[in-house]
Design a protein around this ligand. Structure first.
Ligand code: E4P
Length: 217
């Protein structure tokens, strides 16, 4: 499963990138706001060191305007994935931009039918939002499993990019049901290294080592 990092915080991306944890990046208008940076400038900086797909989201609501925005975003770097919302206009945009050879990430997906039509419109990535479904007492992971089954039934190439990942458990479940990619905030990716028994075991080793009176260096 590929790891994308869900942030426009360049320092956080660099830290994870140095460890080989960044197969790509996703951003959205809320994350651009949080970064306090200009979208074109920060996206260009991210693309200067991230080799994999970097999603940059359009903000227009009509297909003609989304297509124009998408073309402008795609000029930033060859690894831009234009992110479009799962609306009828977003699907028209997906069809046009994917036909031009651009990567398209169709976002704000909350149903299997939405994922099905995004694949038919040529999406490179479909982004089902797990956490936001969990927030309304639905099971986001069921949606990932349903999309996996549907795409496999018909051999769609669209990659399932599990989004709105909020916990380490979400990451495990995504890998188990076969998401192609998951995108998570830096804190969730870092939390994957944590286990209370690791902390407890290390504490005991340090106590015993101190008692030996030895040094390695
Ligand atoms: C990524 O593409 C999404 O925009 C993001 O994962 C949404 O996450 P959230 O529901 O935690 O805001």
């Amino acid at each position: 499963m590929k790891f994308f990092v869900d942030t426009a915080d360049v320092d956080a991306i660099r830290e994870l990138h140095a460890l080989g944890m960044v197969d790509g990046v996703t951003t959205n208008p809320s994350l651009i706001l949080k970064s306090g940076r200009d979208i074109l400038e920060v996206t260009k900086e991210i693309c200067s060191f991230v080799e994999g797909p970097v999603s940059a989201e359009v903000v227009a609501l009509t297909a003609d305007e989304m297509i124009a925005e998408g073309r402008k975003l795609a000029e930033i770097a060859p690894n831009i994935a234009v992110k479009v919302p799962l609306t009828w206009d977003g699907l028209k945009t997906c069809k046009v931009l994917s036909g031009e050879g651009k990567m398209v990430n169709v976002t704000l997906c909350f149903s299997a039918n939405q994922a099905l039509i995004a694949a038919k419109a040529g999406a490179t990535f479909i982004s089902p939002f797990i956490g936001r479904l969990d927030d309304i007492n639905m099971d986001g992971m069921d949606l990932i499993a349903d999309i996996r089954q549907i795409y496999d039934n018909y051999g769609f190439d669209t990659q399932i990019l599990a989004a709105s990942v909020r916990s380490a458990n979400h990451v495990t479940q995504c890998a188990l049901v076969g998401a192609d990619v998951m995108t998570a905030p830096p804190a969730v990716i870092k939390a994957l290294a944590s286990h209370p028994l690791t902390d407890k075991g290390l504490e005991q080793f340090m106590k015993d080592w101190a008692k030996t009176g030895q040094k390695i260096l």
